[in-house]
Design a protein around this ligand. Structure first.
Ligand code: AMP
Length: 218
């Protein structure tokens, strides 16, 4: 089964995907994490992606699709996976249908107010090693600014700074919001409220996944 999480930056997609992975074993496949790893490792894809990411724009479809295709072909994705940050354009949604056409799909749109998103991104810190997500206000690490899992110093992503966040939100409204309509037309879209706690959002997602119609797709 393929679970797709749509939602603006800061809506909670990554945190929900982590919870699904813990509970159901479907790995989180985050194109943002794949791209950041490629940038850090200095691969040809990373070198090309870097400037798009720093400006808050989208990386060209072909480059993202190649990374995604490789990731979902690995054995841990065979039973199912959760996509976080893909598809981000209608063209990407159509490509996904071509690349992996048979997957049963459940799609969530996590909706949150802009003020919530901006605040969360300002307080977000991430672990560059294991990709764990923290919030310095609501879910701080046990020790100051290092990851609970592996002790790596946490990062405030450069694109989580307010000037880049504004651009990322615009890009979401312009290019990614139409993807919501794409899946709504197919009857697989479930809107969930992302303004509450991560626990509340996850519970709403889980209720849909546990419903008999979703169970049948597994
Ligand atoms: P994220 O971690 O999902 O917020 O992604 C961080 C950045 O990586 C985005 O602002 C884009 O520059 C790039 N990115 C991630 N996923 C995609 C995608 N599906 N298509 C194009 N660019 C992407």
């Amino acid at each position: 089964m393929r679970i797709i999480l749509l939602g603006a930056p800061g809506s909670g997609k990554g945190t929900v995907a982590d919870r699904i992975e813990e509970a159901c074993g479907f790995p989180k496949v985050s194109t943002g994490d794949l791209l950041r790893d490629a940038v850090r490792e200095g691969t040809p894809a990373g070198l090309r992606a870097r400037e798009f990411m720093e400006s808050g724009g989208l990386v060209p479809d072909g480059l993202v699709l190649e990374l995604l295709r490789e990731r979902i072909a690995r054995p841990d994705c065979a039973a199912g996976y959760t996509l976080d940050g893909f598809p981000r354009t209608r063209a990407q949604a159509e490509s996904l249908d071509r690349v992996a056409p048979d997957a049963a799909e459940v799609v969530f749109e996590i909706r949150a107010a802009e003020a919530t998103l901006v605040e969360r991104l300002a307080f977000r810190r991430v672990c560059p090693t294991c990709h764990a997500i923290y919030n310095m206000k609501r879910k701080p690490p046990r020790r100051d600014e290092v990851c609970d899992n592996d002790g790596t110093p946490l990062e405030h992503r450069p694109d989580d700074r307010p000037e880049v966040v504004r651009r990322r939100l615009e890009v979401y409204r312009e290019l990614t919001a139409p993807v919501v309509d794409y899946y709504a037309a197919r009857g697989v879209l479930h809107p969930v409220d992302g303004d509450g706690s991560p626990e509340e959002t996850y519970r709403a997602v889980r209720a849909v996944l546990d419903a008999p119609s979703a169970e049948a797709k597994r």
